[in-house]
Design a protein around this ligand. Structure first.
Ligand code: PLP
Length: 417
């Protein structure tokens, strides 16, 4: 059974007394530890760590990483503006890897944003507007790895890249607009197998050989994070050591010293967050069936179990010594607002062994720092967005986002009836 990882019972009592539950809570200490892990990634000729800010875009997390010299990968022009305007991040530290090119995007280039083209069309449009400049291209290496197809960037199910077979077209456009491809970018999807990650790192160097101006290789993020007890996180030193050797060998062969970039999202923030809520109700479907805990935490705050069948540790915080198996569900009027999908089968629910619970007990869902606050079924069933709290290194608690007011939900509606 899971136990509390970074929150103490005293902190939970303080949170319960001072906040409307549920709330997101983050650990500054763990955020910094994870950042240091990434900054220590082995490299042969220099390293830049970018934070994939879509994982969690709270201004404090952006600023904390910025102070540690971690740069940004943004997934939309809106994320770029958010990083610049809300977190005051230098545009030169921001790379944009986006699915769409909108009208807001092009003025950003003048500020020094690094553009990472993800399609032939994007490359051509960029070339028309910014000839004689440098950029990178995101290449699909034709290999993949996944724990769920829903986060994979598998080459034939994913539209995120320029397929490697289209390299000739890239060269044509590059020539036409006198562009300089200075970086090759490859990200194979979240939670990837470290073995495949290493293979793709090696393979990326074969693309570099086809682009003489490339000085940087960005190998993306996707490092596996251990959320449940039986999961094993990617060992950054292990995969990094092989990448370092590959870069050294590439130098010996070609005389080219390549700068390395990595851009984790999950690895930096997943294990630094928890959601603290409470048990609203307990029901059962008869003795031979399930006992359900109805929590106040669900799809409006954490979508991963519903979307991917993702597993998160769940702890009923009380002094019980007895245990019971429960299916844990969220507060929405939606059958699949669940926190305990079956491992490996997101179409099934699976009871979890927890402390025997009572209505109003505290319930904590852990390792929710990544893709929870930033990716939820916001306002579904009209639940307001919940508050975010940071546990500082001195153990004090500070609010880093106020809970949304109910009226915020409809403030932009225009009543015409
Ligand atoms: C381009 C890009 N870089 C980095 C990431 C971060 O991935 P992860 O959170 O698995 O490290 C993603 C997310 O899928 C991505 O699309």
């Amino acid at each position: 059974m899971e136990t509390l990882k970074f929150l103490t019972r005293e902190q939970i009592d303080t949170i319960k007394q001072n906040y409307v539950l549920p709330v997101y809570v983050y650990s500054e200490k763990i955020l910094k530890e994870k950042a240091r892990d990434c900054l220590n990634f082995p490299h042969a000729f220099g390293l830049t760590v970018r934070y994939a800010m879509k994982a969690n875009s709270n201004v404090n997390i952006l600023k904390l990483f910025d102070k540690m010299w971690i740069h940004i990968d943004a997934s939309s022009s809106f994320e770029v503006y958010r990083a610049m305007e809300n977190a005051n991040i230098d545009p030169k530290k921001i790379q944009l890897t986006t699915q769409e090119i909108r009208y807001e995007l092009w003025p950003l280039m003048k500020l020094g944003i690094h553009y990472n083209a993800t399609s032939i069309y994007q490359l051509e449009e960029y070339g028309k507007k910014y000839p004689n400049t440098n950029l990178s291209i995101r290449i699909n290496p034709g290999k993949w790895s996944w724990w769920t197809k829903r986060t994979s960037t598998w080459w034939v199910t994913s539209s995120f890249w320029i397929r490697y077979e289209y390299v000739d077209q890239v060269h044509e456009i590059v020539k036409k607009y006198s562009l300089v491809i200075e970086k090759i970018h490859i990200h194979i999807g979240s939670g990837s197998d470290p073995k495949v990650w290493k293979e793709i790192a090696q393979q990326s160097l074969s693309f570099v050989e086809q682009f003489p101006d490339v000085t940087t290789v960005n190998l993306g993020g996707g490092f596996k994070v251990a959320r449940m007890q039986d999961e094993k996180a990617t060992d950054l030193q292990d995969i990094g050591a092989e990448v370092k050797t590959a870069f050294q060998q590439f130098f010996e062969k070609t005389g080219r010293k390549l700068h390395l970039e990595i851009e984790p999202g999950s690895y930096l923030v997943a294990n630094a967050g928890a959601i603290v809520g409470c048990i609203e109700d307990i029901v059962d479907t008869g003795n031979q069936w399930n006992h359900f805990i109805k929590a106040d935490i669900g799809m409006p705050d954490i979508l991963r179990p519903t979307l991917y069948g993702a597993q998160h540790p769940i702890i009923v915080v009380n002094d019980q010594t007895a245990t019971q198996e429960y299916v844990v569900v969220g507060p929405c009027c939606e059958s699949w607002d669940i926190l305990t999908p079956a491992p490996g089968n997101s179409e099934e629910i699976c009871p979890r062994l927890l402390n025997k619970a009572e209505i109003a007990d505290i319930l904590v869902v852990e390792w929710t720092g990544a893709y929870c606050a930033s990716m939820s079924a916001r306002n579904y069933n009209s639940y307001p967005v919940i508050a975010e709290i940071l546990v500082r290194e001195d153990w004090s608690l500070v609010t880093i986002r106020n809970a949304e007011q109910l009226s915020d939900i409809w403030k932009n509606e225009i009543s015409v009836i």
